[in-house]
Ligand binder design. Structure first.
Ligand SMILES: *[C@@H]1O[C@H](CO)[C@@H](O)[C@H](O)[C@H]1NC(C)=O
Ligand SMILES: *[C@@H]1O[C@H](CO)[C@@H](O)[C@H](O)[C@H]1NC(C)=O
Ligand SMILES: *[C@@H]1O[C@H](CO)[C@@H](O)[C@H](O)[C@H]1NC(C)=O
Length: 428
């Protein structure tokens, strides 16, 4: 009898110290069918830190005390998924957790509202999103009593999760540190007043990545590209720089190549690092607190491309036409960029700036290939133009010193290969 009791006590103690890990609700399309007749809504919070990277734990214990692994003086990232009619566990979840915890020592809370998001009725998921925001705000209130601060909270929400983050932000009067919206859901939200969706006033810093303007194709994977861009930006050492610009058309025609405003920081970066531009963006946009930026990506991971800006100071005026650029690497490989330039009347100015996007980085540039072709109605095969200065600068890696070439002649329709030198210090 005594032995029996002793054994039992052992079991108890063991299960107390090694409680099972929490699991994200793994549902299926069957649950979407069930939801048609029997709607359910539940929210679970799964907490991860570097100490329990492989085993989610509850944020608060049953007696309302805080999980010992949660450190209130550290940053807390809240990950919120979106509409999931197939019910599966989000494929990016584990990877994003790991990459974030590798980046910073922080607390991560996964908001699992899969039972609520798994439904064929999109409007029902939209209503549930509001309920999630209410429950989540109550949990946050309790967390604040334990000494956590709103300023340390960074919400990362996908699709409907982006709007949940916005609702939570509104409940705390925009005092959350940061909200990142990854492809915020369009249907039922676009064109709605700011109190019904994620808005830039919902946190001290709000950054949104739109990778898909067509919000109707919900279930299709293209809607999730923003999550993968965010992940890639954390993993690759290629900086995803982006260009503040009024419109996509202006960006495409090379009207927004100037990262000069940002001085040493270069243009703002997409992803986790975007926060580093918070103050400089605020200062720059005195009138409007919103900045729209554009960038192009490749179609496959890591999606990042390499941007350079070419600036040319002319003695003569160039007529309508195009300037082309190629780079020759140390190993003799030629890299051809995509050029963002407007070939109409752009060259009537003294300084021309052209944005060049390369699929491969060129670290050591041995030669710059430059040519000028006039538009057909102005051709002049004997014309030549004096160039005062050419400067080539990597925008992707602003720390790299720019390359220059001074006083040379450009003949029409003839490519010149120039060996670049270091720039005069006063020009950098
Ligand atoms: C909590 O985080 C702070 C700041 O990183 C650190 O100084 C402190 O030691 C941590 N506390 C515990 C109990 O780990
Ligand atoms: C430049 O002009 C040519 C000929 O007019 C045209 O085919 C080409 O699309 C133009 N390029 C850009 C970037 O506008
Ligand atoms: C660039 O040149 C430096 C110095 O010559 C060399 O150490 C480095 O490996 C080169 N990098 C590449 C990518 O070619």
């Amino acid at each position: 009898m005594r032995v029996y009791i002793f054994l039992c006590l052992m079991c108890w103690a063991r299960s107390e110290s090694k409680r099972p890990c929490l699991k994200f609700s793994d549902l299926s399309i069957k649950d979407s069918f069930r939801d048609l007749f029997n709607p359910k809504m539940q929210m679970f919070l799964l907490m991860y830190t570097r100490t329990n990277l492989n085993c989610a734990e509850p944020l608060l214990e049953q007696d309302d005390s805080l999980n010992v692994n949660f450190n209130t003086s550290k940053k807390t990232v809240w990950l919120i998924h979106g509409y999931r009619p197939m019910g599966s566990v989000p494929s990016w979840l584990q990877k994003l957790l790991r990459v974030l915890l590798n980046q910073d020592d922080m607390n991560i809370v996964v908001v699992d509202w899969n039972r609520g998001a798994t439904t064929f009725i999109y409007d029902r998921a939209v209503n549930n999103a509001r309920k999630v925001a209410v429950s989540l705000s109550e949990c946050i209130q309790r967390l604040l009593k334990h000494g956590a601060s709103l300023d340390n909270f960074h919400f990362i929400g996908m699709s409907l999760g982006a709007h949940i983050s916005g609702y939570v932000g509104k409940r705390f009067q925009g005092q959350l540190g940061r909200i990142t919206g990854l492809d915020p859901a369009g249907p039922k939200f676009s064109g709605k007043p700011s109190n019904g969706r994620l808005d830039y006033t919902d946190a001290k810093f709000v950054d949104v990545i739109h990778s898909d303007t067509d919000g109707i194709k919900f279930i299709k994977c293209d809607h999730q590209r923003a999550v993968h861009l965010f992940l890639a930006a954390l993993e690759t050492n290629c900086n995803f720089i982006s260009f503040p610009c009024h419109s996509y058309k202006d960006y495409k025609t090379g009207s927004c190549v100037d990262c000069g405003d940002f001085e040493k920081k270069s243009c703002p970066r997409l992803g986790y690092q975007a926060e580093l531009w918070k103050d400089v963006l605020k200062e720059r946009k005195k009138r409007s607190l919103r900045t729209t930026v554009f960038l192009d990506t490749t179609g496959t991971n890591p999606f990042c491309t390499y941007y350079f800006v070419l600036s040319i100071v002319l003695d003569d005026t160039l007529k309508d036409g195009i300037i082309t650029l190629r780079l020759l690497s140390q190993l003799g490989k030629v890299e051809e960029p995509k050029l963002y330039a407007n070939n109409k009347s752009l060259y009537k100015v003294q300084e021309v700036k052209i944005l060049a996007q390369f699929l491969n980085d060129v670290v050591n540039i041995s030669s710059i290939g430059l040519a000028y072709y006039q538009s057909s109605n102005h051709q002049c095969s004997t014309c030549q133009y004096r160039i005062q200065r050419l400067m080539l600068k990597s925008l992707t890696y602003p720390e790299r010193p720019p390359l220059c070439r001074y006083d040379f002649v450009l003949k029409e329709n003839k490519e010149v290969f120039l060996n670049p030198c270091t720039c005069k210090p006063e020009e950098i």
